[in-house]
Design a protein around this ligand. Structure first.
Ligand code: AMP
Length: 529
């Protein structure tokens, strides 16, 4: 099954219904979109001599041509490699090379960078050409006679999803047509039903969660809306909510927080807002409460990863709304229950299933789980074992089946033989009114193995909270051994291109300093045991 069949069918069944919205105005209907992607498919296959299974990279910010490119690629039986447009030139080059992309579609802003990776020797494998979209050549490719939809086996690769790299060099999770189909079906089962009069707003990068969750909407003939800003602009979102109905969008927790606190949202008309799906990083309780105040019961959380696209567990809108439930606070701090199409377990180091309440690594199995990493057999066999995907995330189930994420296994701090989950310490510190953001990591220590260090961004950068006040807060809420030994007051936390805090960088910072005992007066506060 080729998922591009959805567009072909919509082109017939919903011919005059809007397929793509460019900002507030309809750009094209399904008939036009289906014809255009089928024509671009011919252009790609014939002008560049591509064969089914060849990879085509897409390096562009969110714009209508992004969706044209994706569905033309699939229609032609090719494999899409969506590259995060905010990556450094060298990182883009790495992904182009690792995926063996033969063609790239790039927007104007990325064309020169991508062009520098074209292999000028036609006898060598590698990138053969870059087409700039929008642009003359792209327009011409789309003018070709429509190509027939290429049949694909369900297991054929469709999307090489390069993981965001919070833990090292990106790896290409190979997602098949079946994986994307299962992801879409379980969206309908666990998140929302979707109808043609709904729309999905691509405020987050299409190369990541927003593109993935765009698929169930395309399957059902809903409209894909591309903000003119290419990203998250609160005023624009408020305007788009007037123009389009039944709107859903995917947002990282930091985006949700920003939207909820924006002045324009405070009295916005949200009657056209259907669902905000957040995930990809922890949503702290106080931020969630603020978001619920603004958006009401329109929030759903998902926990997934590129390797099991957007689909391991979910916390439904109903769970968010069930404030009267005696365990509501615990539930909204969890990542919800296992999705309909997967088995989820928590296992010990030796792979044995753990009981309710016990913390271990989260593993998942199902038809949504990737077949492996593109051309990385070692990484694949480390991650996929006995049919299970080892997520690298630590968590535990409660008796009702709600999974609480503790941390990435690599983020776990072991101090004096005790396991410390940074998330818990972060949640505690965020209760302090003067703490804006925080990230907790371990620092190697001769005596304890590791000690806990908190990097704190204070609300008022010039007046950070006193370290002993933060210490008291920890003593009031968590076990003594978990509290940070040191507080570092910083202007910002390092984040990757999807807004996730890169703890690796914080750990490296500490390692680099470890010889010259750090922590001079104003920047940090060191506490005694
Ligand atoms: P990526 O493959 O880049 O989407 O990153 C996936 C990782 O993000 C997961 O393995 C988790 O560590 C983290 N993550 C995803 N969803 C959530 C969530 N709802 N809450 C906390 N962390 C999450």
């Amino acid at each position: 099954m080729n998922i591009a069949t959805w567009v072909e069918r919509n082109g017939r069944r919903l011919a005059d219904h809007t397929a793509i919205g460019d900002g507030e105005r309809p750009l094209c209907n399904w008939r036009t979109f289906a014809e255009r992607t089928a024509s671009l498919a011919r252009g790609m296959r014939e002008e560049f001599g591509l064969e089914p299974g060849d990879r085509v990279a897409v390096v562009m910010s969110n714009r209508p041509e992004y969706l044209e490119a994706l569905f033309a690629i699939w229609h032609a039986g090719l494999v899409a490699v969506p590259v995060n447009a905010r990556l450094h030139r060298d990182e883009i080059g790495y992904i182009l090379g690792q995926s063996g992309a033969a063609l790239a579609v790039a927007d104007d802003a990325h064309a020169t960078d991508v062009d520098s990776f074209v292999n000028t020797d036609p006898c060598e494998p590698g990138l053969r050409a870059v087409v700039v979209a929008p642009g003359e050549r792209w327009r011409r490719l789309g003018g070709a006679w429509p190509y027939p939809l290429v049949d694909r086996a369900p297991d054929a690769p469709a999307w090489l999803f390069y993981t965001s790299g919070t833990t090292g060099r990106p790896k290409g999770a190979t997602l098949s047509h079946r994986n994307l189909l299962m992801m879409s079906l379980s969206y309908f089962a666990d998140i929302d039903a979707v109808q043609p009069h709904d729309c999905v707003l691509h405020a987050a990068p299409i190369s990541h969660g927003s593109g993935l969750y765009g698929l169930p909407h395309i399957a059902r003939g809903a409209t894909s809306v591309l903000p003119r800003s290419g990203g998250v602009d609160t005023d624009e979102i408020v305007a788009l909510l007037k123009a389009w109905s039944g709107m859903s969008f995917f947002a990282a927790p930091t985006m949700v927080k920003r939207l909820a606190s924006a002045a324009a949202m405070q009295d916005a008309d949200l009657s056209h807002l259907k669902t905000i799906i957040y995930g990809g990083a922890p949503m702290y309780l106080s931020d969630l409460e603020d978001a619920l105040d603004i958006f009401g019961p329109r929030l759903a959380q998902i926990y997934g990863q590129g390797e099991s696209p957007m689909t391991i567990t979910a916390l439904s809108k109903a769970d968010h709304a069930d404030v009267a439930h005696p365990r509501w606070r615990d539930r909204v701090q969890s990542v919800g229950v296992a999705r309909t199409d997967v088995d989820v377990r928590v296992v010990s180091d030796d792979g044995n299933q753990l009981s309710v309440g016990e913390i271990g690594e989260i593993v998942v199995r199902g038809d949504v789980v990737m077949d492996g990493y593109w051309n990385q057999p070692n990484a694949t066999s480390e991650t996929l074992r006995d049919g299970w995907l080892y997520t690298g995330d630590m968590g535990s189930f409660d008796p009702d089946g709600y999974l609480t994420l503790r941390d990435r296994s690599k983020d776990l701090i072991i101090s004096g033989g005790m396991n410390i989950y940074p998330r818990e310490v972060e949640e505690t510190l965020l209760r302090h009114p003067d703490v804006g953001a925080v990230s907790v990591v371990g620092r190697p220590d001769d005596e304890w193995g590791e000690t806990v260090v908190a990097f704190v961004v204070s609300v008022d950068r010039a007046n950070p909270p006193a370290a002993d006040g933060l210490d008291r807060l920890c003593l009031d809420h968590i076990a003594r051994y978990k509290r940070p030994k040191e507080y570092r007051f910083v202007d910002d936390l390092p984040t990757n291109n999807y807004g996730k805090v890169v703890k690796r960088e914080l750990r490296e910072r500490l390692l680099a300093e470890s010889d010259s005992e750090s922590g001079s007066g104003t920047e940090s506060g060191t506490l005694s045991t």
